[in-house]
Write a protein that binds this ligand. Structure first.
Ligand code: C5P
Length: 218
């Protein structure tokens, strides 16, 4: 399993992060959260005063930030120009702006390059929206995680420290719609992906299912 690449895609709140970190931790693999990279890019644009709805203005700045991701599943880190943004990228302003920024082709091209360089020789669990379809289609294991909209909103609201479930659900569904409808690398189930609907399972059960898929494939 040492060089394996495990691609985990799915909509917001489907359990991708907890599952991916758990699988990486159990198997001694590295972990990459590509959503955090898109959030870091968005954080940079907002801080720089770029109008995030102006795709040309966003495209003009994509090469400006130095975005670095730490790949330890037990302590994932993300920084922009040396500044730790792990907390800042989860704030509502970034969450609301990340889908339009992520739809800009130049943003995707820049981060694709970074993602592939981190994946490198493999030995990593990578989570996102387009890992199995675009970033690493040759991944040995591809998983597409989903969950009921209610379950996703409840989980995400709890993660956010008890924010309003109805508002969280509206925000998740709005992001899903933009992520699934964009022209470049939309959210989709990749060819050869194993679909797991996590609604009826505990986190540990989902992790075990993915670990079993990795064992089968390697
Ligand atoms: O996974 P997370 O919810 O943190 O991702 C934030 C946003 O980043 C998504 O809503 C999506 O717009 C974008 N994203 C993407 N491609 C990826 C990962 C995330 O477009 N591979």
């Amino acid at each position: 399993t040492s060089n394996v690449v495990v691609a985990i895609d799915g909509p917001s709140g489907s359990g991708k992060s907890s599952t991916s970190r758990g699988v990486a931790s159990r198997l001694g693999l590295r972990y990459l959260d590509t959503g955090a990279m898109f959030r870091a890019m968005t954080w940079f644009m907002l801080r720089d005063g770029v109008d995030v709805l102006d795709a040309q203005a966003v495209a003009a700045r994509v090469n400006a930030p130095l975005i670095e991701s730490g790949t330890n599943p037990d302590h994932p880190t993300i920084s922009v120009d040396g500044r730790d943004v792990a907390t800042a990228i989860r704030e509502r302003g970034v969450t609301n702006a990340v889908s339009p920024v992520s739809a800009v082709p130049e943003v995707r091209a820049r981060l694709l390059e970074l993602q592939r360089s981190v994946i490198g020789e493999g030995g990593i669990v990578v989570e996102g929206r387009d890992i199995g379809s675009v970033v690493w289609p040759q991944a040995a294991v591809k998983v597409y995680l989903t969950a009921d909209a209610d379950a996703r909103a409840t989980r995400r609201a709890a993660e956010e420290g008890g924010s309003d479930v109805t508002a969280t659900q509206a925000s998740l569904l709005a992001r899903d719609e933009i992520d699934s409808g964009r022209a470049t690398a939309p959210l989709t189930m990749a060819e050869g992906a194993h679909h797991i609907d996590t609604t009826p399972y505990t986190l540990d059960e989902v992790i075990s299912q993915v670990v079993a898929l990795v064992a089968e494939a390697t």
